[in-house]
Design a protein around this ligand. Sequence first.
Ligand SMILES: [Zn+2]
Length: 256
Amino acid sequence: MPEGLEAEIYRRALERCAGRTVDTVDVDSRQGEAEAITSLVPGRRVVSVRRHGKLVLIDLEPALVLGLHFGMTGRVVVDGAAPIGKLEYGSGRDDPAWDRLTVRFADEGAFRVNDPRRWARFTLDPTLDQLGPDFMSLRPRQWSALLGSRRSPVKVVLLDQQAIAGFGNLCADEVLWQAGIAPMRPANSLSDDEVAALAHAARRHLSAMLRRGGSHRGAISPAVRAALPSCPRDGAALRRDTVGGRTTVWCTGHQR
Ligand SMILES: [Zn+2]
């Protein structure tokens, strides 16, 4: 957390900054590019706000891109309002001491990234070379190529940002549950029909979760993960296992 869906919610909130010119920037001095950001970003105008996976990209004019990585607990506050009040597993507090980046605009308003754990990172002209295609715009043929060439458990591939950018733990478990695929299956063992089911589940359920408010709004929600009731689809036992070092909840009945 935040996963790609939360980054998309932040991106949409930040879009209201388009057209504004940056006046001043405060950035945590421990950030690697702090000096460059404070000297190069002021005076530039926000043209557009994009997202790739969990990374939000603010296009500035004259040409410069400010990349926002939210780490484990980074939240965006735009003009005093937080599009996500409290992150799942995060703090609901908004302590000014946790502001790692504040961008103030010349005419009005500001946005900031508030991060209690200080893993958020800010970079200029970030390269996307290390990121796979975005998880919300992947085509069925790309799914086949990605999974067919990898022997790792399918969940590990979903979480590998170099393979597919955007999945976090909650969205990966949700999509596998919706598609009926066991998370520890080798990715290249999936049949064509199973790959198609996974592509369909991602396309349909990621956008539904986004509409409902984020990656915690799936059938395999944090409440379900904590209580492990019977499977909401077939009543079979839900299990909690570790796959690729991550806590994984899945159904022993319909996920095969
Ligand atoms: Zn089930």
